[in-house]
Structures are given as structure tokens and as C-alpha cells.
Write a protein that binds this ligand. Structure first.
Ligand SMILES: Cc1cc2nc3c(=O)[nH]c(=O)nc-3n(C[C@H](O)[C@H](O)[C@H](O)COP(=O)(O)O)c2cc1C
Length: 291
């Protein structure tokens, strides 16, 4: 879609902020004698980030993607304090004690909207979300992962391949044989250690061709997970599911009806927690070098 971009010189207060913030350097000063104004050049290099519209207090930017109804004032006084942000980050946990209650749709919507506000490389905004709430599909996801575990165990325990695989993959991979078998046994007894009894799973997917899909999806994930915590919804990163999806040659995407040109990158199991934790704990001490 062609972008229409101009500066309304009748409104422009000539602060030059659009010139400073545009990542594509589209705005420039233009001088005419003593009079200077802002002009736009190379509009086709716009990455649609909207910095120009967001930074302009005079609302002088006329950008076809950011008409006035898409530009909202920020009340910085309404932001959480640094202490509140810190507390939210430290209080957020992957609480696996879920009750069999649906996650309210309005909570899911807020989590998605927050995730979708995350930055993406080159502002490409190629992430999409598939929200699974049907119990049949949730069971299909778990069975897909259990199948993957079974195939991994068969491969790792193949008597002809085992000596070679042990040498190539090391003991680390073999540690998972026991884990996979325990998870499969537990599931047979009604203990779901894959989705933990979640009532909703949000998959974040990106085009297979995307170079920054993992970074984009995981930044979106973390935004969503902080919103989940603030809503009192528990989230658990679906690492096992994502690993199986990655190795699954598009099978999970097919099960979920996701376009075959896209791949699942991150997944968030959501559920209502039986209780919240009264404490947060310290992580390992920060390891940071200042150079
Ligand atoms: C990439 C990644 C994959 C994960 N996969 C799983 C998983 O498959 N199942 C699970 O129960 N937890 C999973 N987790 C949750 C971690 O175990 C958890 O984040 C970690 O133990 C720290 O606990 P916290 O999230 O409560 O702070 C995963 C976390 C990350 C970041």
C-alpha cells in the first residue's frame, strides 16, 4: 500500500523532533531565505513505525497510516512507577496450579493486545496469533507432543544408532529419554505435564521466511505474560510444544489450521490459578559487565 506522508506547515511548530526520531531519515529541514520548514523525502523508505506522528505535539504529521484517531496522547503520570514495574517482573511466575475454569475472553483480549504492542524487527509486524480454547484441539496438541516424545525415544534408543548418537549428542540429550517417558506415563494417569491443564493456549506465529521471528515472538510473549500476571491469569511458556512444533514439519500448524507459510515460534498456556504466590524469590545474582 502506498503511503501518503506530508507535514502540515500551517500546524508545524518547527521543533525538528520528527527529523531526529525518524529511523529512515525521511524528514529534512528545507530553507527558503530566513524561513525554514520540514520537508519529506523518500517516503517509500518509511517503515510505518509512526514515530513521526507519536512525537509531534502539534499533530502536524499527515501520515496515511496514522490518521488522528490512531494517535493517542500519553499520560506519563499514569505509567506504573519503576518500583511497580520491578515488582510486576519479579512477581510474575509460571504458576502451574491451574483450576478448570475458562480464562475470560476480555483477559485473553488484553493479553493479545499487549503482546501485539511489542516491537518487531524493522517494524515488520508479521506476527499473528492463534488462540486455542477448544478442548479437542488442546488434547490434539498434547497428543502431538507425546507422539514427538515417542519418536525421539525410539530414535535415541535405536540400538544401531545409540552409540553414534551418544557420541554426537552427548548425555544431555539422553537425560530427556527419562523425562519424556515420565511425562507420557503421567499423562496416561491424568496428569498433563505439557499444557498443565491450561484452558487456553496462545500460539505466536510468523512467516517461515522471517529472519527475526524468534526475537519478535518472544518479545511479544513477554509483553503478554506481564499483562497476564497483572490480570491474575497464569501463563506457562510451552517449550515442549514449541520444540515439537519446530521438528514437526508443519504438522502442528496443520492441526491448528495455521497457514503453511507460517511457523509457530512461541506459545503461552493460560489458565486461572488456584492461588497466587505470597512471595517472590531472588534469582541468581546479576552477572553484568560494565566495559
Ligand atoms: C523458553 C522457555 C521454555 C519453557 N518451557 C516450559 C515447558 O514446556 N513447560 C513448563 O512447565 N514450563 C516451561 N517454561 C517455564 C520455565 O520452567 C520457568 O520460566 C522457569 O522455571 C522460571 O520460573 P518462572 O517463570 O516462574 O519465573 C519455559 C520457559 C521458557 C523461557
Amino acid at each position: 500500500m502506498d503511503i501518503q506522508l506530508a507535514v502540515d506547515n500551517a500546524k508545524c511548530i518547527k521543533c525538528g523532533k520528527c527529523i531526529k526520531v525518524c529511523p529512515s531519515r525521511i524528514f529534512e529541514w528545507s530553507s527558503n531565505g530566513n524561513c525554514r520548514s520540514v520537508k519529506v523525502e523518500n517516503v517509500q523508505s518509511c517503515i510505518k513505525c509512526g514515530h513521526c506522528a507519536a512525537v509531534c505535539r502539534a499533530m502536524a504529521i499527515k501520515h496515511s497510516l496514522f490518521p488522528p484517531e490512531k494517535v493517542h496522547p500519553v499520560d506519563y503520570g499514569a505509567l506504573p512507577t519503576p518500583e511497580q514495574v520491578m515488582l510486576l517482573c519479579k512477581a510474575r511466575r509460571s504458576n502451574r496450579a491451574l483450576v478448570s475454569k475458562e480464562v475470560p475472553q476480555e483477559f485473553i483480549d488484553k493479553i493479545l493486545e499487549t503482546a501485539n504492542a511489542a516491537p518487531t524487527a524493522s517494524n515488520l509486524q508479521q506476527l499473528e496469533y492463534t488462540v486455542v480454547t477448544s478442548q479437542d484441539k488442546i488434547t490434539a496438541i498434547i497428543e502431538f507432543v507425546l507422539d514427538y516424545f515417542a519418536s525421539m525415544v525410539r530414535l535415541l534408543e535405536n540400538p544401531l544408532l545409540k552409540p553414534l548418537l551418544k557420541r554426537v549428542l552427548g548425555d544431555g540429550a539422553y537425560r530427556y529419554v527419562g523425562v519424556f517417558q515420565r511425562i507420557r506415563e503421567a499423562y496416561k494417569k491424568g496428569d498433563d505435564q505439557i499444557l498443565r491443564g491450561a484452558k487456553c493456549v496462545v500460539f505466536i506465529h510468523a512467516p517461515r521466511s522471517s529472519r527475526f521471528a524468534d526475537a519478535d515472538a518472544n518479545l511479544a510473549y513477554q509483553n503478554g505474560s506481564l499483562m497476564a500476571e497483572s490480570l491474575g491469569v497464569s501463563q506457562i511458556y510451552t517449550g515442549f510444544v514449541c520444540t515439537a512444533a519446530k521438528k514437526g514439519k508443519g504438522r502442528l500448524e496443520r492441526i491448528l489450521g495455521i497457514d503453511p507459510t507460517r511457523r509457530i515460534v512461541a506459545g503461552m498456556a493460560l489458565g486461572m490459578a488456584e492461588f497466587r504466590y505470597p512471595n517472590f524469590i531472588d534469582r541468581e545474582p546479576l552477572k553484568a559487565n560494565i566495559i
